[in-house]
Design a protein around this ligand. Structure first.
Ligand code: MEV
Length: 290
């Protein structure tokens, strides 16, 4: 039971996947980057039923609140600048923020393993059977090599000196649907999935080599197209980024829509082109919360 005299906050980060989405579900490594966009959940005492005071109300969130928080006595405020429905880990950021706020209001510190398990339970409500990649990076930030568990193997990689331009190619369908689509093609698609895992391994060992990382991103994109998880808007945005100076570009997340990540040797030049074209974009580096 949560003592309602307390008020507490918890946060989780947004993310992009540099390499290895979908393959990670089949036990291969993936490389993910935590970003500075953040979701914060604030829990405070109130009389009467627990209520969502601010934040986008939707059916899954209502289930999460019902399952994870007491029915009485809490006001929940959710603030977020993690884009929703763009493959940037908004549900994982929310899951991590919620379990941290709950632990804080209960004054029970959470270990990394508890944060992982509790946020994964919430992610399952959103996505069915996630690998655990998104909630891990939402909790830890920085650059991570992740291999599914249990328990997962997580290695923090050095922060690279390059940045990424993240380009909006529209809304993505539910992650669950995209994961199911890949599962329908298994095991015929297993060679493609294995090659994606090998690219993640290669990137982990050569993260500072921008041109090498970029060429792995391009190979990863080609393999994701083969897996059937790209889409016409994603393909168009990848081509646009490459035609405007990106040395590497790929979709990020479950696919079907969402964001394209682009690596350029001259990101400011790419950003000028982005502005001229009126594309909604972010320019970012991996980030670790302090
Ligand atoms: C979604 O951000 C990443 C996927 O690999 C699914 C997962 O890891 O659970 C597509």
């Amino acid at each position: 039971m949560i003592p309602t005299e307390h008020c507490a906050k918890g946060s989780g980060q947004g993310k992009i996947i540099l390499c290895g989405e979908h393959a990670v579900v089949y036990g291969y490594p993936a490389i993910a980057l935590g970003l500075s966009c953040t979701t914060t959940v604030t829990l405070s005492a109130k009389s009467g039923p627990t209520e969502l005071e601010s934040g986008e109300a939707h059916a899954t969130l209502a289930t999460v609140i019902q399952q994870q928080l007491p029915a009485e006595g809490l006001r929940i405020a959710i603030e977020s600048d993690v884009p929703i429905g763009k493959g940037m880990g908004s549900s994982a950021a929310l899951a991590v923020a919620l379990v941290r706020a709950r632990a804080s209001v209960q004054r029970t510190p959470l270990s990394e393993a508890q944060t992982f398990q509790q946020s994964l339970a919430i992610e399952k409500l959103f996505h069915g059977n996630p690998s655990g990649l998104d909630n891990t990076v939402a909790a830890l930030g920085g650059v991570l090599r992740f291999e599914k568990g249990p328990p997962p193997t997580v290695t923090r990689l050095p922060m690279p000196n390059w940045s990424l331009v993240i380009l909006d190619a529209g809304t993505a369908p539910a992650t669950k649907e995209m994961v199911q689509q890949v599962a329908l093609g298994f095991p015929s698609n297993s060679a493609v999935i294995e090659q994606i895992g090998a690219l993640s391994e290669a990137i982990a060992a050569n993260l500072e080599d921008q041109l090498f990382v970029a060429s792995c991103m391009n190979e990863n994109q080609a393999l994701l197209v083969e897996l059937g998880v790209s889409s016409e808007p994603l393909d168009t945005m990848v081509a646009w980024a490459r035609n405007h100076g990106a040395v590497g570009a790929k979709l990020s997340g479950a696919g079907g829509g969402g964001m394209v990540i682009a690596l350029s040797l001259q990101p400011q030049e790419l950003l000028k082109e982005v502005e001229k074209a009126g594309i909604s974009a972010l320019h970012t580096r991996p980030w670790i919360p302090t």
